[in-house]
Design a protein around this ligand. Structure first.
Ligand code: GAL
Length: 633
C-alpha cells in the first residue's frame, strides 16, 4: 500500500480566485488528499432550508480537477446561529448547571434529538449531492467528538434520555436500587423519573450512578455518529472516518469505530506535552519542541485497533499551535519525523493541519504549511521531503507485535467516578505501561477489552481493567506467554461495587485483593529487588506463587507462570526492570534505547526516531536531533 499525505483546507476562508493556485501548489508539494467542509454549515445553509451549495460544488471541482482526492466533512460540529433560535435547548449544560453559549464551536448536546435529526438531515443532503462525486474519496463525520469537554451535558434533554436509558437497562427501580446499593444513605428510588443527573449533589454522588451516566453519555456519542454514518452509507461507498483526539476517554471509541471504516486522529505532539501530559520540568524542557516520545505511538497503535487495522492521522501539527498553555515551534525535522512515525505504525495517510495560517478568528496564531501571507512556512519543505521519500515504504506492512496492552474506556469512567487516589487515572496508568513496553523497543498492539484471542502475543498487559470480560478471561486461561495484569484489574463488578469473593477472579491463580492503598506522589512502597510502587498499592492474599515482594515482605507480583497480578503502580525504572525480566524469561529481544530514541519495525524496515534535541548514536549511525533513520530488516 502506498502511503499518502494530505492537508486540511477551508475554501470558504479564501477568495475563490486563490483556490486554483492553492490546489496546484498542494499537488506540487506531493499531497494526495485535501480535507474540506467540516465547519462550513453557515455557508452551506445560511437560512433554514435555503442551500448555497454552488461554492462547495466549485471548490470540489477545482480541487478534484487539480488531481486531489477530497475528504468531505459533515459540518455538524459547528451549527450556525439560526439553529440555536430553532432549538434553543440544544446547547449543552455544564456540571455547574450553566448553559454553554454560541460563539465558538461544538455547542451542541449529544442528547438533543432535534439536533440529531438536523445532523441526519444535512448528512443525507450531502450524501445525495456528493455521494457519487468522483472527487469525494472519503468522508469525515463531525469533528473531534469530546473536543472542549463536550461529551457530558447536564441538560433537560440529557436527563430525559438518561431516565429512558436506565429504564431499559434495569427494567425496575428495585433492580437499579440493588445494583447501585441505594439503601446506603436512603438513596432509593421508586420511579425512573425521580432519577436526576449526578451533578450538584452535596457530597460525591453514588459511583454507579456516575458510571451509568458516563455509559449513557458515551452511548449518545455512538448513536449521534451512527445516525450520520447510516445516512451517508446509503449514498456512498467511500470510507467513513472520524478524527479522534489524544488522551480522550470520555466515550467508547471501540463502539464508535465499529460503525466506521477508518479511525483517524489529530496529532499535536507539542500541544499535548504542554497541555495534557504529566512530566517533570526537566522532561518537558528536554522535549519542548518535539513532544512526548511515546504519546503519538500510543495513539497510532490505539486507533489502528479502533479502525480495525485502518488508521490515518487527519490533522498533523505543522508548527506552533494556539491552544496550549505554551506554544513553541517544533525543532526543524519534527514535521517529517511525526509523519514517518505515523506511517511506521501503520497510518495510510497523514494530513497536515492546515494549508494556510488564517489571519483572522480564534486560530490566527496556529501555523499552517503556508504563512498568512502565503509564503512557505517551515513545515512545507518537510512535507515535500516526506512525499519524495514515501516510495521507501511502498512494500512495508504493519509488522506483528510481540506485546499487547488491553485498553478499556468503561474502566476509565469507573476510575474517574471513584479515583480513590488523586493520581489514579486510566489513561495515565495504561500510558505508563505502554511507555515501558516501548522503551524496551517492542512493537505493541492495543486491544479492546472483549479480546478473545491472544495467541499472536508473548506478553500481555492489562492494567486497571475494572472487570475482565468473559472472552478475555477465557483467552487468559489458555495464554501461553506471560500476562501481567493489574493493578486494580478485575477488582470490581460491572456496577462498580466490590465482588465477594474478592477479586480478581483469575483462571488457575488463587489471588485476592484484601486492602487497597493510594499514596501521594512523593511516597512510595519499596520493592525487595529494587524499585518502587507509586500512587497505588494493593495487599494480596491467596495461595498463588509470589514472584516479587515489597521490602516489608508483602507480595508485589503474584500468580502463575502465565498469569501474574501486579500489586502496584511501578515507577518508570521499576516498570522497565519488570518488563525486561519478563522479556528475558520469554526470550523476547529488547533494546537498551537511549532517552528519546524509539524504534518501530514494519514488515520490511526498522525505523528509528530520535525525539531528543541532540544527535544520538544507533549502532554506529549518528541520528541527528529530530532525525529519522530506517534500515532493512
Ligand atoms: C483540532 C481541530 C481543528 C483545529 C486544530 C487546531 O482540535 O480539529 O479544527 O482546531 O485542533 O490545533
Amino acid at each position: 500500500m502506498k502511503r499518502t499525505l494530505g492537508v486540511c483546507y477551508y475554501p470558504e476562508h479564501w477568495p475563490e480566485d486563490q483556490w486554483t493556485s492553492d490546489a496546484a501548489q498542494m499537488v506540487a508539494t506531493g499531497l494526495t488528499w485535501v480535507r474540506i467542509g467540516e465547519f462550513g454549515w453557515s455557508r452551506m445553509e445560511p437560512a433554514p432550508g435555503a442551500f448555497t451549495w454552488d461554492w462547495l460544488d466549485r471548490a470540489i471541482a477545482v480541487l478534484g480537477n487539480a488531481g486531489l482526492k477530497i475528504i468531505l466533512g459533515t459540518p455538524t460540529a459547528t451549527p450556525q446561529r439560526w439553529m440555536i433560535d430553532k432549538h434553543p435547548d440544544m446547547l449543552a449544560v455544564d456540571a455547574e448547571g450553566h448553559q454553554r453559549k454560541f460563539g465558538s464551536r461544538r455547542h451542541y448536546d449529544f442528547s438533543h434529538l432535534g439536533y440529531r435529526d438536523e445532523c441526519k438531515r444535512i448528512a443525507r443532503l450531502m450524501g445525495e449531492r456528493y455521494g457519487q462525486n468522483p472527487h469525494i474519496a472519503a468522508w469525515q463525520i463531525d469533528n473531534e467528538y469530546d473536543c472542549h469537554d463536550t461529551t457530558l451535558s447536564y441538560s433537560d434533554a440529557a436527563r430525559a434520555g438518561f431516565q429512558d436509558w436506565l429504564a431499559q437497562r434495569y427494567q425496575s427501580t428495585d433492580a437499579l436500587n440493588r445494583a447501585w446499593g441505594n439503601v446506603f444513605w436512603s438513596m432509593e428510588y421508586d420511579s425512573f423519573d425521580q432519577i436526576d443527573l449526578p451533578n450538584l449533589t452535596v457530597t460525591e454522588p453514588n459511583h454507579p450512578h456516575v458510571l451509568a451516566f458516563r455509559r449513557y453519555s458515551s452511548d449518545q456519542v455512538v448513536a449521534f455518529n451512527k445516525v450520520q454514518a447510516d445516512e451517508l452509507r446509503k449514498h456512498t461507498d467511500a470510507a467513513l472516518i472520524h478524527n479522534y483526539m489524544g488522551r480522550i476517554t470520555s466515550f467508547d471509541h471501540w463502539k464508535v469505530g465499529a460503525d466506521l471504516d477508518i479511525a483517524s486522529w489529530d496529532s499535536y505532539p507539542i500541544g499535548f506535552l504542554s497541555d495534557r501530559l504529566e512530566g517533570s520540568r526537566d522532561f518537558k524542557h528536554a522535549f519542548l519542541r518535539q513532544g512526548h516520545p511515546d504519546m503519538q505511538a500510543f495513539h497510532h497503535d490505539l486507533y489502528r485497533a479502533v479502525g480495525k487495522g485502518r488508521m490515518w492521522v487527519m490533522e498533523q501539527q505543522p508548527g506552533p499551535v494556539n491552544w496550549a498553555p505554551y506554544n513553541p515551534a517544533p525543532l526543524p525535522g519534527m514535521a517529517r519525523l511525526w509523519a514517518w512515525e505515523a506511517f511506521a505504525h501503520g497510518a495510510e495517510t497523514v494530513c497536515y493541519f492546515r494549508w494556510r495560517q488564517a489571519p483572522f478568528a480564534q486560530e490566527q496564531m496556529h501555523a499552517g504549511l503556508l504563512r498568512p501571507d502565503s509564503a512557505p512556512a517551515p513545515a512545507l519543505a518537510e512535507a515535500r521531503q516526506v512525499a519524495d521519500e514515501i516510495e521507501t515504504l511502498a512494500k512495508a506492512g504493519t509488522a506483528p507485535a510481540q506485546a499487547a496492552l488491553v485498553f478499556d474506556y468503561e474502566s476509565a469512567w469507573a476510575w474517574d467516578a471513584q479515583p480513590q487516589g488523586a493520581d489514579f487515572e486510566m489513561f495515565r496508568l495504561a500510558f505508563a505501561a505502554y511507555c515501558a513496553l516501548r522503551r524496551a523497543g517492542l512493537n505493541i498492539d492495543i486491544l479492546p477489552p472483549e479480546t478473545r484471542d491472544l495467541s499472536a502475543y508473548k506478553l500481555i498487559m492489562a492494567p486497571g481493567i475494572m472487570t475482565l470480560s468473559d472472552p478475555l478471561r477465557q483467552a487468559l486461561a489458555t495464554f501461553k506467554g506471560v500476562a501481567l495484569i493489574g493493578p486494580r484489574t478485575d477488582t470490581k463488578t460491572n456496577e462498580l461495587s466490590i465482588p465477594t469473593p474478592l477479586g480478581p477472579d483469575l483462571p488457575n491463580a488463587d489471588i485476592s485483593v484484601s486492602l487497597t492503598e493510594s499514596m501521594p506522589s512523593d511516597d512510595a512502597i519499596a520493592l525487595q529487588d529494587g524499585g518502587q510502587f507509586v500512587h497505588w498499592f494493593e495487599h494480596l492474599e491467596g495461595g498463588a506463587d509470589v514472584f516479587a515482594k515489597t521490602t516489608a515482605g508483602q507480595p508485589a507480583i503474584m500468580g502463575t507462570r502465565n498469569l501474574r497480578y501486579l500489586a502496584g503502580w511501578p515507577d518508570d525504572p521499576t516498570f522497565d526492570r519488570i518488563i525486561n525480566e519478563i522479556c528475558v524469561e520469554l526470550g523476547l529481544e529488547t533494546q537498551a534505547l537511549p532517552n528519546g530514541l524509539r524504534i518501530r519495525d514494519t514488515t520490511t524496515h526498522r525505523f528509528v526516531f530520535n525525539y531528543a534535541n541532540h544527535a544520538q548514536d544507533w549502532h554506529g549511525t549518528s541520528i541527528p536531533a529530530a532525525g529519522v533513520h530506517w534500515e532493512p530488516l
